[in-house]
Write a protein that binds this ligand. Structure first.
Ligand code: G1P
Length: 301
């Protein structure tokens, strides 16, 4: 039996995907950044697959008006499938069906860009009565190898409350993140959280443990989200709702993920992810590696 089967603590995953994708303009004039392909697969399918593998049955995608292509991506395409089937293109057929077969996808709409906390709050009407906790996955963050949500589920089963994923990163690079004030537990990779602050200056950061885009949140977060006021950047921050719960005695822990990570939120990070994934494929890996090696040693005339 897998860890997910024994300590499953959520069935619904929320993916906030309402951003304008300004760092990817001009492409995002027409294509939502969540649909840009990492090799051939949109980033949002990678995140949906991670949620499904961790036991999620439903995915609530929070989009903004005009970004419905993100949700349409998960719909079946019968004509295309019949066409591929008739031509015996079974590999492509499997790829086309993969996204729509992962889990049930629903939409919530964020009308105004008021922050990550506000985006997550829009998914509350989609919850079922038995959703005692929800997973939140930020599609800009690829956390590798996958599996951290299963560990987070096990930690919620042990301690209750909410569990977040943290990366230990150099203090000088901490400012773009939500940062945890922590003390240790018996497990080196699990810390108790006593406070959380969004985007601190390095000298104000309470630790080097930064929030890394994976959250397992008790349903109480939705009540906390109604009680926060605009914080960092004038936005309603998920970090501030977590901090509010902590101040009220709600148990919060982090699982420190020691693996890798890609930031799909900007072209530089996206390219690294694409190259990293492509190098692992038998189809493109060997020739890409050879070309990169040659290209890196060559000055353009
Ligand atoms: C968001 C969160 C931040 C978290 C980060 C992870 O920030 O607000 O706490 O550390 O994602 O990528 P954003 O990247 O949206 O500014």
């Amino acid at each position: 039996m897998t860890g997910a089967a024994t300590t499953q603590t959520f069935r619904t995953a929320i993916v906030p995907a309402a951003g304008l994708g300004t760092r990817f303009l001009p492409a995002t004039k027409a294509v939502p950044k969540e649909l840009l392909p990492v090799v051939d697969t949109p980033g949002i399918e990678l995140v949906a697959a991670e949620a499904a593998a961790a036991g999620a049955e439903r995915l609530v995608i929070v989009t903004s008006p005009g970004k419905d292509a993100v949700v349409r991506y998960f719909e079946e395409q019968p004509e295309l499938e019949q066409n591929l089937e008739a031509k015996g293109k079974t590999d492509l057929l499997e790829k086309v069906r993969r996204g729509s077969g992962l889990l049930a996808v629903e939409t919530a709409i964020q009308e105004q860009a008021l922050g990550l906390g506000h985006a997550v709050a829009q998914a509350e009407p989609n919850l079922r009565p038995d959703d005692e906790a929800v997973a939140v996955l930020l599609p800009d963050d690829l956390v590798l190898p996958t599996g951290v949500l299963e560990r987070m589920s096990a930690v919620r089963a042990q301690y209750g409350g909410s569990v977040l994923c943290a990366f230990d990163i150099p203090k000088a690079e901490i400012s773009p993140y939500g940062v945890f004030d922590v003390t240790g537990t018996d497990d080196e990779d699990v810390k108790r959280v006593h406070g959380m602050v969004e985007k601190p200056k390095p000298e104000d950061a309470p630790s080097t443990y930064a929030a890394a885009g994976r959250y397992l949140l008790d349903r109480a977060i939705f009540d906390a989200l109604k009680r926060i006021t605009p914080g960092s950047g004038g936005e309603l921050q998920l970090t501030d709702a977590v901090a509010l719960l902590i101040s009220e005695g709600h148990p919060v822990h982090v699982v420190v993920h020691r693996g890798g990570r890609h930031d799909l939120g900007n072209p530089g990070g996206f390219l690294r992810a694409a190259v990293d994934f492509a190098l692992e494929t038998p189809e493109y890996g060997p020739s890409l590696r050879a070309w990169l090696t040659e290209r890196i040693g060559t000055e353009r005339p």
